[in-house]
Ligand binder design. Structure first.
Ligand code: BEZ
Length: 398
């Protein structure tokens, strides 16, 4: 199925000569003929520890478009893919390659918060319709929000706040945090601390590791000597898989509960084996959600890719859904930004994650589910927090 896509070109651009190309093209773009393909730039990781996350997002976007016959609002979709390697130092150059060099009509990216912040600066200045399908950097929908930037994933503090609430409810009084020390880890931990401390919990120590380092042993040894009741950790992708395996190998699995945002187990739940059993997470998605959109999405995704979708794929699906809504309102013409952005801002739809709508800062308002990993599946334990918005602090749109 889904082999009749009219996506006309797909490629991962090479980095060679990017700077020279970027310098040669001003921001101004030629008028687009409405019948012409819509050039959608995908700035995503296709290599490194977040490679599977970029692939899940891309798969779902491609699936959505193929189900619409390869077109959105009458425009054939042409993906222009760039591997950002989750490397912030390369982000400006690679975004410029898409915006100025390739003159994309729409920009979609990315996974890593540090890359997203550099990308968003260029997108804001260019006024280009931009959708963020994962990166949770709080500032992008707070002080640095922009009318052309929409996030379909989450804000970094949202899952942290939900996990902290669930940990307090579970009677946990003491915790150590151990996370990657960049925006996503820091903001996830800050969200967790906000609700955990407010509920009377005590943080014994905050440990960090630079991204994408996966040498967890020293921190795990320290956790063993500190003996907290629980650990809260932000890791994702390949790093999260190794972390859970190292955590179990260090003998902590049965003595110190491991908690985190859903990213700790998402996409690696079937690979981690018994080492992951018992890990509890708060996420805006859980595999078993009993709604029609989730059931259809899971069946279609499995038929197309011979695997089941994870939260990243759901975010990719919702990104394309939101873009479709905006394009339809603009008659397929991305220059009609008032109509396009208004429709996107006001969009309300049923996502595989449940009800989806955006805050005034253009960040999702959605439910957070408490899950426990067992036998390779995140089991639904209940709602950790319903209808969660993120503070729109400093956002001039709000
Ligand atoms: C981030 O950098 O924002 C991020 C990366 C992976 C999973 C979740 C968040």
């Amino acid at each position: 199925m889904h082999n009749k896509s009219r996506v006309s070109r797909r490629r991962v651009l090479q980095m060679a000569g990017v700077g020279a190309v970027a310098a040669a093209f001003p921001f101004a773009r030629p008028a687009i003929s409405q019948g012409a393909p819509l050039r959608v730039g995908l700035l995503l990781p296709y290599s490194g520890t977040f490679a599977a996350l970029g692939t899940g997002i891309t798969n779902a976007m491609d699936l959505y478009v193929k189900q619409q016959g390869g077109k959105l609002a009458g425009r054939t979709i042409e993906w222009i893919k760039v591997d950002d390697e989750s490397a912030p130092p390369k982000a400006t150059e690679l975004t410029s390659k898409l915006v100025q060099g390739e003159k994309v009509d729409v920009l979609i990216g990315t996974v890593h918060s540090g890359v997203a912040m550099a990308m968003a600066k260029i997108a804001r200045e260019a006024g280009l319709p931009t959708l963020i399908p994962n990166a949770g950097a709080n500032v992008l929908t707070r002080a640095q929000c922009a009318k052309n930037i929409f996030r379909t994933s989450f804000g970094n503090s949202q899952p942290g706040v939900a996990a902290g609430l669930a940990m307090i409810k579970a009677g946990i009084k003491t915790a150590v945090t151990y996370s990657w020390g960049y925006a996503a880890g820091e903001e996830s931990v800050a969200g967790f601390k906000q609700s955990f401390l407010a509920g009377g919990g005590k943080i014994i120590k905050e440990l960090t590791l630079p991204f994408p380092n996966v040498e967890f042993q020293a921190g795990l040894a320290e956790i063993a000597s500190l003996k907290p009741e629980a650990v809260y950790s932000f890791y994702a992708g390949g790093g999260a898989l190794k972390y859970m395996q190292d955590y179990a190998a260090a003998g902590l699995k049965n003595s110190v509960q491991l908690w985190g945002p859903g990213f700790l187990t998402d996409g690696v739940e079937s690979k981690v084996g018994a080492a992951g059993d018992g890990v509890k997470t708060a996420s805006h998605y859980v595999e078993s959600l009993d709604n029609a959109e989730n059931k259809k999405f899971r069946a279609d995704y499995n038929a197309a890719f011979k695997m089941f979708p994870d939260v990243y794929a759901v975010q990719g699906w919702d990104t394309t859904m939101l873009l479709d809504i905006g394009l339809k309102a603009a008659g397929g013409d991305v220059k009609k930004q008032d109509a396009m952005f208004k429709a996107m801002r006001e969009a309300k739809f049923n996502s595989p994650r449940g009800p989806f709508r955006l805050s005034a800062a253009q960040n999702p308002i959605h439910n957070f589910y408490l899950r426990e990993l067992k036998g390779g599946e995140n089991k639904f334990l209940g709602i950790a927090a319903a209808d969660v918005s993120d503070p729109t602090t400093g956002c001039s749109l709000a």
